[in-house]
Design a protein around this ligand. Structure first.
Ligand code: ADP
Ligand code: MG
Length: 243
């Protein structure tokens, strides 16, 4: 079961010929079975860190490791190792518009390495996200909340050990968000690592998981059982006794 690690990872983008660090010198280890929230305002670097953690992009400096092996080595056929390890819901919707839900999920199952029992895997994923019966629907016919659920089903179809979720619950109503967090908590209890970029402060505060905060591309806080906005562990209580 994978451990993921970023070591001094920096990612640059070129904007109008100028090099701009989206994130810089990120050191971060996530062990199997953790539930981690990535917090920070828009542009802070959450999506870039998720992409680095999942081997979707490579750092320009530093390195990303999957179980101690530099992810740069998983190119070509080894890419398979990454696809097996991670289920991803991207910030921007990525369902194929001209394919039904069933086709979208079946293709994801194949590219994740499933060769048989595709239909039961798809059915199970749809049932987990509460979307049984949506098999023959096209993405354009779904509401935003429904398409996010389908994207989560697509991420789950191969039962990956690690889920990388980028603003999964943005634009959802409270009932939907509750459902999703309930499901994620359940998956986590059964061993799935969850790494989730989110603005859903209310739910972060209720769940009290590890909270990692970014500002201007830097990791500025990493707190166990944290609340939204915590950047350091609460100070130990000091009892002052009156003389
Ligand atoms: P967040 O997810 O926290 O909103 P991002 O990781 O998307 O932050 O972005 C971090 C910084 O990197 C921002 O300044 C953003 O403009 C920049 N950035 C991200 N992706 C790209 C890209 N493909 N090209 C240029 N700049 C990018
Ligand atoms: Mg983002």
């Amino acid at each position: 079961m994978p451990q993921i690690r970023l070591e001094n990872a920096t990612k640059y983008y070129k904007v109008e010929r100028k090099k701009h660090a989206a994130v810089s010198s990120i050191n971060l280890t996530v062990e199997q079975g953790e539930f981690v929230f990535l917090i920070g305002s828009s542009g802070a670097g959450k999506s870039t860190v998720l992409k680095l953690l999942g081997g979707d992009i490579s750092p320009n400096e530093g390195a990303a490791f999957l179980d101690g092996v530099n992810m740069n080595r998983f190119i070509g056929p080894w890419n398979f190792r990454l696809r097996r390890a991670f289920g991803y819901v991207w910030q921007e919707p990525r369902l194929m518009r001209k394919r039904t839900v069933l086709e979208n999920l079946t293709m994801a199952a194949r590219s994740g390495g499933l060769k048989e029992n595709l239909d039961p895997a798809v059915a199970k994923a749809l049932s987990l996200v509460g979307m049984v019966g949506a098999e023959h629907v096209y993405p354009a016919e779904l509401s935003i909340g429904q398409s996010r659920r389908i994207e989560l089903a697509r991420a789950l179809v191969c039962s990956p050990p690690v889920l990388l979720l980028d603003e999964l619950t943005a634009n959802m109503d409270d009932d939907n968000i509750w459902d999703i967090f309930h499901l994620l908590n359940e998956l986590n209890v059964h061993g799935t690592t969850i790494i989730m970029a989110t603005h859903a402060s209310k739910y972060v505060n209720i769940l009290r998981k590890r909270v990692i905060t970014f500002r201007d591309g830097k990791l500025i806080g990493d707190v166990q059982q944290g609340r939204y906005g915590d950047i350091s562990e609460p100070p130990k209580r000091i009892f002052i006794t009156k003389k």
